[in-house]
Design a protein around this ligand. Structure first.
Ligand code: SF4
Ligand code: SF4
Length: 193
C-alpha cells in the first residue's frame, strides 16, 4: 500500500512503496472472502496451476494466483482496486485443476461482490441490472429479433417475462430487496455527472 510522503501525486505514484507490512493485512477480508466464496482459500500453497490454466493470463496482466495470495494475506485494497479483477471469464479451469480442491473462480466472485459494495464495478454490470429491472432480461428482445422470429414461425416474443409482464413486480421485488437497482442508478449517475 502506498506510503504518503507528501510528494505530488504523480511522483508519489512512481515512488509507491512496493513492500507489504503487517498493517496492510486485513484478516476480516480473508474471512469475508471465505464466507462468501465458500471455498478453502487459505489452503492455497501457490503452486501456480491455476494461472497456468487461465485463458485470460496469456493476454493480460491478470494472475489468479496473485489474487489467491492477496486473499490469504488479507490484502483487501490491493485486490479490490485492481482492474484485473474483472478479467476472469469464470471458465472454472483453475477450479478443475487446483491440487488443493480450492475454487479460485469463486474467490474472484467473492472479491467482485466485495468490490461492488465499495462502488468498484464496471458499468456493464450496472447496465445489465437496469435491463433486468426493466424487462426481466439482461439481453432483452428487440424489433429486429421480433421480425426474425416471425419469419421462422415463432411468436414475436418468447414465453418469458416479455409475454408475461405480470411476473415483473416479483423480479423487481428481489432486486429492490438487495437495493441493486438503486445502487446501480446511483453509481451510473455519479460517473456520468
Ligand atoms: S492451483 Fe490452487 S493451490 Fe495452486 S496456486 Fe492456484 S489456488 Fe493455489
Ligand atoms: S475461472 Fe477465471 S481465473 Fe480461473 S482459469 Fe478461468 S478465467 Fe482464469
Amino acid at each position: 500500500m502506498a506510503r504518503t510522503k507528501g510528494y505530488p501525486e504523480a511522483l508519489e505514484k512512481k515512488l509507491h512503496d512496493q513492500r507489504f507490512y503487517g498493517e496492510d493485512s486485513n484478516p476480516e477480508f480473508t474471512k469475508n472472502v471465505k464466507a462468501i466464496s465458500r471455498t478453502i482459500a487459505h489452503m492455497c500453497y501457490q503452486c501456480g496451476t491455476c494461472t497456468g490454466s487461465c485463458p485470460s493470463a496469456p493476454r493480460s496482466s491478470y494472475r489468479i494466483r496473485k489474487f489467491m495470495r492477496r486473499a490469504v494475506l488479507g490484502l483487501e485494497n490491493e485486490a479490490l482496486t485492481d482492474p484485473d479483477l474483472w478479467l476472469c471469464t469464470t471458465c472454472y479451469s483453475c477450479a478443475d485443476r487446483c491440487p488443493r480442491d480450492i475454487i479460485p473462480t469463486d474467490v474472484i466472485m467473492s472479491m467482485r461482490n466485495l468490490a461492488f459494495k465499495r462502488d468498484i464495478v464496471p458499468v456493464n454490470f450496472l447496465k445489465t441490472v437496469t435491463a433486468i429491472y426493466a424487462s426481466g432480461h439482461g439481453v432483452p428482445n428487440n424489433d429486429v429479433n421480433r421480425a426474425a422470429r416471425e419469419k421462422i414461425g415463432l411468436p414475436r416474443d418468447p414465453p418469458t417475462t416479455h409475454s408475461y409482464p405480470e411476473y415483473m413486480p416479483g423480479i423487481r421485488k428481489i432486486l429492490d430487496h438487495y437495493q441493486l437497482k438503486a445502487n446501480a442508478d446511483r453509481i451510473i449517475k455519479e460517473r456520468e455527472g
